[in-house]
Design a protein around this ligand. Structure first.
Ligand SMILES: *Cc1c(COP(=O)(O)O)cnc(C)c1O
Length: 226
């Protein structure tokens, strides 16, 4: 077994254990492998190991890898902060956008749609108390969700959050869970909670996460910039 295969199966085992501890079915939890800063060849290796969900946080890197790789059944998740002028390029490459955090971005993604194509999106919620961070303020999440529901080329799937560095992940994820519950009262199909990274996916599973975004624990350390 390669190191990559060993790390992947070790993480999947930890996910299964955390699900069992939380009284949850691991089959309802999706593991997205975050491949940012790694070469496209790593995505190819992951695909050969059965990975079908990968995440990228920069539009150029996403588009480059999508163009280079034509792999059956691979779903690309965009998880980074998005500029509105990149919306069309993101929409062309991504199957899911986790980081919709303002009405303007939702509108741009919608306008970039063509034909009957529908894009899956999540409302990213800012769990820190710094306004500059990615994500809509918690008390504006429902307004943004309501707006997305008016845009026919977007399908609202749920919410996404990143735990702040200066708070225990469990309390941050509990807040996200509360916001997810409120959003679901206006959008019953918006059942996804995208939360949990290498350092906190066990806590995210305990708090009800349905989609984990795990990078370095599976890929190994990111080459520089990461
Ligand atoms: C990089 C990144 C991750 C994965 O981080 P790891 O700590 O390597 O698991 C998850 N979510 C977002 C938004 C990221 O940018």
């Amino acid at each position: 077994m390669t190191d990559l295969a060993a790390r992947l199966s070790a993480i999947d085992q930890q996910i299964a254990d955390a699900a069992r501890t939380a009284g949850r079915d691991a089959a309802e939890i999706s593991r997205i492998v975050v491949t940012k800063f790694h070469p496209a060849s790593l995505v190819r290796e992951l695909h050969a190991l059965g990975v079908r969900d990968v995440g990228e946080n920069r539009q150029q890197e996403l588009s480059g890898k999508v163009d280079e790789l034509q792999l059956d059944g691979l779903r690309w998740h965009f998880i980074g902060q998005a500029q509105t002028n990149k919306a069309a390029a993101i929409r062309r490459s991504a199957d899911v956008v986790h980081s919709v955090d303002r009405i303007k971005l939702a509108d741009s993604l919608h306008r970039a749609g063509e034909g009957d194509d529908v894009l899956d999106v999540l409302v990213q919620v800012n769990l820190t108390d710094e306004a500059g961070r990615g994500g809509v303020a918690p008390d504006e999440a429902e307004t943004l969700a309501e707006h997305i529901l008016t845009l026919p080329s977007l399908r609202l799937c749920g919410v996404m959050g990143v735990a702040p560095l200066d708070e225990t992940p469990a309390t941050a994820f509990a807040r996200l869970r509360g916001i997810a519950d409120r959003v679901r009262t206006i959008a019953p199909n918006a059942t996804w909670i995208s939360a949990g990274m290498t350092g906190d996916f066990v806590e995210a599973i305990a708090a009800g996460a349905t989609h984990l975004r795990i990078g370095s624990a599976i890929t190994g350390p990111r080459p520089d910039r990461g």
